[in-house]
Design a protein around this ligand. Structure first.
Ligand SMILES: NC(=O)c1ccc[n+]([C@@H]2O[C@H](COP(=O)([O-])OP(=O)(O)OC[C@H]3O[C@@H](n4cnc5c(N)ncnc54)[C@H](O)[C@@H]3O)[C@@H](O)[C@H]2O)c1
Length: 376
């Protein structure tokens, strides 16, 4: 096999990004697309020169080696399982699934089917994040004890306030900004800092969305087993082009990151191995403010997964790690609900006694209605 033939499941925003990013990728080709919306799949297939399907079984029996799944969150588990059972390798968009139980089913089924399975967590493939991970592994900033991080991803408010749109709904979206955007941060921070021990969290709504919709803004404080403290702030209501930021402080230096900068990483290190010692410097990286850094990350991520198929290797970003990012989001929601410091053990006990879904019982009462004092 010279390149991997991919079929796209879902032809919305994310699918469009992936199709454009990989237009000239020698390692993979999108050859087919499936969507329940016949009009949308026809248009998408015409634009990207693919074969359109509206029947899942026929699509899965076509000559594709792998699928890329980008559909509403509540459908991730069933479609990953169907594709794996059809013998297709699976790259599925984040968050892995709406429940930890579904994550377990996805892991078990893909293992049993012997297919490659990776969650498309593009933040694990951003050159800026790889640079930060490498700098910390090299000891350039010593032991990290404090992190502040932010994602502001402006989304069309219509999607958030429309009660029938899946995004940010408890039922289909699996939660709000804390879930949708937070998992990016949790996957990245867990990669750098290891396992989370406990959380505090505050959820708000800057937009006046209906009660079936969750937070559009959230602030989480995490305590990691390594001793580091981290703040994760996410919002979908901020008025600026989408960006991500991190600030990491260690015993030998500091790293600042902002994806809206042309050079997204600044390192200040007292280590002799640093490119420049005792002064901020910005490593040369493949980058550009949004949407460029997204396109770059999708190319790197999809090429990496195609390489795993072509070379029969196991993706370094494992489904277990993706599940852990979902678990941190659940922990934060439970902490917001309990209004107190909540540990991973508390989460485990809550799930065993109350059931995972009941984290959201009465959750609208928990969310601060910031919009009551705002004039948009
Ligand atoms: N990595 C990123 O930064 C990033 C960015 C955007 C979206 N995403 C993720 O991509 C996924 C999709 O988000 P989106 O913004 O593209 O959503 P979207 O609403 O734009 O598109 C979803 C598509 O799925 C189709 N669909 C619905 N039910 C289906 C079914 N049963 N079978 C097949 N197709 C079905 C819809 O018709 C639609 O075309 C989500 O998991 C989201 O979190 C990731």
């Amino acid at each position: 096999m010279d390149f991997v033939k991919f079929g796209m499941i879902g032809c919305g925003n994310a699918a469009t990004f992936h199709a454009i990013a990989n237009k000239k990728n020698p390692k993979l080709k999108f050859v087919a697309a499936y969507d329940v919306n016949a009009k949308r799949v026809k248009k998408f297939a015409k634009r990207h020169k693919l074969t359109p399907y509206t029947d899942l079984d026929t699509f899965l029996q076509s000559e594709i080696d792998a699928v890329h799944i980008s559909v509403p969150h509540y459908l991730h588990a069933s479609l990953v399982i169907a594709a794996a059972k059809a013998g297709k390798h699976v790259l599925c968009e984040k968050p892995m699934a709406n429940t930890l139980a579904e994550c377990d089913q996805m892991i078990a089924t893909t293992k049993e089917a012997g297919v490659k399975f990776m969650i498309a967590e593009n933040h694990r493939f951003l050159p800026a994040h790889q640079c930060i991970k490498d700098a910390i592994s090299q000891g350039l900033i010593g032991n990290v004890f404090l992190v502040r991080s932010y994602e502001g991803a402006y989304e069309n408010p219509e999607k958030i306030i429309n009660p029938d749109h899946w995004m940010f709904s408890y039922e289909k979206g699996g939660g709000g900004a804390l879930f949708d955007q937070g998992v990016h941060k949790f996957a990245t921070l867990n990669w750098i800092l290891g396992e989370v021990e406990s959380a505090l969290c505050w959820c708000g709504k800057a937009l006046n969305s209906p009660p079936n919709k969750a937070d559009d803004t959230a602030m989480v404080l995490l305590h990691y087993k390594c001793g580091a403290m981290a703040e994760v702030t996410v919002t979908t209501a901020s008025i600026h082009p989408p960006t991500n930021r991190m600030e990491l402080h260690g015993t030998l230096g500091t790293i600042l990151e902002d994806h809206s900068w042309e050079k997204p990483v600044k390192i200040y290190s007292g280590h002799s191995a640093a490119e420049v010692e005792g002064e901020f410097y910005s490593p040369e990286l493949e980058h550009g403010p949004f949407p460029k850094y997204y396109t770059i990350s999708f190319w790197i991520e999809d090429t990496y997964f195609a390489d795993c198929i072509l070379n029969d290797t196991t993706p370094e970003f494992t489904p277990e790690q993706a599940k852990e990012a979902v678990a941190v989001a659940k922990l934060a929601y439970l902490a917001a609900k309990r209004k107190t410091l909540t540990t991973m053990d508390d989460l485990k006990k809550f799930i065993e006694t109350e059931g995972e879904q009941s984290i959201f019982d009465g959750f609208d009462e928990v969310i601060q209605k910031n919009y009551e004092k705002l004039k948009w």
